[in-house]
Design a protein around this ligand. Structure first.
Ligand code: FAD
Length: 503
C-alpha cells in the first residue's frame, strides 16, 4: 500500500467547490487536511436553481439539517418539470420524478398502458404518476419508504438559490475545520518529471501545495485545462444552445412545485419559484437569436417585476476529454457542461464526488483507478447528453430556423437506437448502473415530445384487458385520493419550519 493522501486543495468556491469540501471533510475527518482557495474578485456562476432527487442523498451524506438548509437557501420543493410548447406549440407535458404505475414489477408499465390505451381503456399517462398529479395540484408531501404505499414514488428535489447554497456550505465547512483561503491564482506549478501539480501560485506570491487538487474553477478549468491540457469534446452540433440570459423577478402565488420549461423561437425559458423570488432565464442559440432579442423575449415573459438587470452567460456544451488527470480531479463546470434543461449539472457534481470517494486514491495514483473513474463518469454524462438531445430532436416544431435545425440534425447512434426501440414496440430500457434517468423519465419525455409507439410488445395482447384496466383504474383512484390529501406547497414549507420568514 502506498502512502495515503494527507492534503487536498479544492480550487474554486462555487457550488462545486463547497460541495466537494463538505463531502471530503465529512468523509476524511482528521485523516487529511481539506482547504479551499477562491477569489471573491472572480465570483461564481451561481445561477443553478433546479436539482434532482439524489441531492437529498448528498445533503444527508454531509449531514445537513433539511429545514435549516431550506431556510438558508430560500428553497422550495420540486416534483417535476413541466414542458410547454416543446413537441409542438400549444402542447404541454410533465416529466415527473418517480415512476409511472406501481413501481418495479416484472411487467413494463408502458406496455400495459399502450395496449389498453389503443383500446380506449386507459386514461392520460399522468394519471398514473403521483408526482405528475402532485405537480398539477400544486401539492407536495413526504415520501413513504413502504413500496406498497402510493406515496412511495413521491420523490422531491429542491429549487434553491445556488449562490446561497454555496454560501451556506461554506459556513458549514468552515465550522467543521475546512480552511478557506482568499486569493487569485496566477500560475500552476507542476513537477518537471511527470507533470503532477505541485502547487498553485497566488497573486501575492504564496504557493499552496497539496497531494490532491480538485479543480472547481468553473468554465476556466484552470488546472485540468490550463495546466494539464485535458482537451474539450464539443457537443454543440447536438446541443447548439450556447447562451443564457437570466433574471429574477417578483414572486407570484401560488408557489409552484415544478420547474417550467417553455420552448421559444431559438431555445427555451426556465421559470423557477423560490421562496423570495422567481428565477427566470432564456437559454438560446446565438446563431439564431441576438442577445438583445433574447433579453426582450425574457423580459416580456415574466410573471412579476424584474428584480435586477438580465445577466448574460456563455457556454459551450461538451465535456473535458479527461475528468481526472494525474493528481487533479475536475468537478462542476471545469469538467464540462450540459445545458440546464434537465437540471443535471449539480447532480453531476454530486455524482463526481461520490465516484471520487469510491475511487479515492493514495499517493501512487493508480492508472487503473483513474481510468475507471473517467470511464464511468464519462458514460453517465453521455447518457444524460442523449436524454437532453431527445427533447430538441423529437419535435414536430418547424416554425423557426432553430427548430428546423435541431429536428433535422443527426443524433448519436446510442440515442436513435432507443428512440427506434420505443417507436417500434414501446420498448424502454436503462443502460446500467451508470445511467441516471429511469425508464419512467424516458417514457415521459419520448411520449411527451410526440413519439407514439406503433404498438406494444405483442405479449401484452394476451393479457386480460378488462382486469388490467381495472388495475389501472384502481391505481389512478388511489393516486388521486393520495394527492387530494397532500398539503399545498407553501403550507407544507411553513408547517415544517422550512420557510425563511421573508414575504
Ligand atoms: P463557478 O460557480 O464558476 O465557481 C468557480 C469558482 O472558481 C469561483 O469560486 C471562482 O472564484 C473560482 N476561481 C476561478 N478562477 C480562479 C482563480 N484564478 N483564482 C482563484 N479562484 C478562481 N445546474 C443545475 O444543477 N441546475 C440548474 O438549474 C442550473 N442552471 C444553470 C443555468 C445556466 C445558464 C448555467 C450557465 C448553469 C446552470 N447550472 C445549473 C450549472 C450550475 O450553475 C453549476 O454547475 C454550479 O453552479 C457549479 O459551478 P462551479 O462551482 O463549477 O463554477
Amino acid at each position: 500500500m502506498s502512502e495515503p493522501i494527507r492534503s487536498i486543495l479544492i480550487v474554486g468556491g462555487g457550488t462545486a467547490g463547497w460541495m466537494a469540501a463538505a463531502a471530503l471533510q465529512r468523509t476524511l475527518g482528521p485523516h487529511a487536511r481539506v482547504s479551499l482557495v477562491e477569489s471573491e474578485d472572480i465570483g461564481i456562476v451561481g445561477v443553478g436553481e433546479a436539482t434532482v432527487p439524489p441531492i437529498r442523498d448528498f445533503n444527508a451524506l454531509i449531514g445537513l439539517d433539511e429545514a435549516e438548509f431550506m431556510r438558508e437557501t430560500k428553497a422550495t420543493l420540486k416534483v417535476a418539470i413541466v414542458f410547454q410548447d416543446w413537441g409542438r406549440i400549444g402542447a404541454r407535458y410533465i416529466h415527473p420524478f418517480g415512476t409511472f404505475g406501481r413501481g418495479p414489477t416484472l411487467a413494463d408499465f408502458q406496455q400495459t398502458y399502450f395496449a389498453l390505451k389503443a383500446r380506449g381503456l386507459a386514461g392520460d399517462l399522468d394519471d398514473y404518476s403521483v408526482c405528475a398529479r402532485a405537480a398539477d395540484a400544486g401539492k407536495v408531501g413526504e415520501r413513504d419508504p413502504d413500496p406498497r404505499s402510493p406515496r412511495n414514488s413521491l420523490f422531491t428535489a429542491y429549487h434553491f438559490d445556488a449562490g446561497l447554497y454555496a454560501r451556506y456550505l461554506r459556513k458549514v465547512c468552515e465550522g467543521r475545520g475546512v480552511e478557506r483561503i482568499e486569493g487569485k491564482i496566477v500560475d500552476v506549478v507542476q513537477r518537471p518529471e511527470d507533470g503532477f501539480v505541485d502547487g498553485v501560485k497566488l497573486e501575492d506570491g504564496r504557493i499552496l501545495k497539496a497531494d490532491l487538487f480538485i479543480d472547481c474553477t468553473g468554465f476556466r478549468g484552470l488546472l485540468i485545462e490550463g495546466a494539464l491540457k485535458a482537451g474539450y469534446e464539443d457537443w454543440s452540433h447536438w446541443l447548439p444552445v450556447d447562451r443564457a440570459m437570466a433574471v429574477p423577478c417578483a414572486s407570484v402565488k401560488p408557489l409552484t412545485p415544478w420547474t417550467l420549461s417553455t420552448a421559444r423561437e431559438a431555445g427555451w425559458q426556465w421559470r423557477i419559484a423560490l421562496q423570495h423570488r422567481t428565477g427566470n432565464g432564456y437559454v438560446y442559440c446565438s446563431d439564431h437569436l441576438s442577445d438583445e432579442a433574447a433579453r426582450e423575449t425574457l423580459l416580456a415573459n415574466l410573471d412579476g417585476e424584474p428584480l435586477a438587470e438580465p445577466r448574460a452567460l456563455r457556454f459551450v456544451t461538451g465535456r473535458r476529454k479527461t475528468y481526472w488527470d494525474r493528481n487533479v480531479v475536475s468537478l462542476g463546470l471545469s469538467s464540462g457542461f450540459i445545458e440546464p434543461l434537465e437540471s443535471t449539472s449539480i447532480h453531476l457534481v454530486q455524482s463526481g464526488i461520490f465516484r471520487l470517494l469510491q475511487h479515492f486514491p493514495d499517493m501512487d495514483f493508480s492508472r487503473v483507478n483513474i481510468e475507471g473513474f473517467n470511464r464511468r463518469l464519462g458514460r453517465e454524462v453521455e447518457l444524460i447528453r442523449d436524454f437532453v438531445i431527445l427533447h430538441y430532436h423529437a419535435t414536430q416544431r418547424d416554425d423557426s430556423p432553430f427548430w428546423r435545425q435541431v429536428k433535422a440534425m443527426p443524433i448519436p447512434d446510442s440515442l436513435s437506437e432507443r428512440v427506434e426501440a420505443f417507436r417500434d414496440r414501446a420498448l424502454l430500457y436503462q443502460v446500467g448502473a451508470d445511467e441516471y434517468f429511469s425508464q419512467g423519465s424516458w417514457l415521459a419525455v419520448m411520449y411527451g415530445q410526440g413519439i407514439v409507439p406503433r404498438g406494444p410488445n405483442p405479449l401484452y395482447a394476451y393479457q386480460n384487458a378488462h382486469k388490467a384496466a381495472a388495475g389501472l383504474r384502481q391505481l389512478s383512484d388511489a393516486l388521486a385520493r393520495t394527492v387530494d390529501g397532500l398539503p399545498e406547497h407553501e403550507a407544507f414549507l411553513r408547517a415544517n419550519n422550512m420557510w425563511s420568514g421573508e414575504t
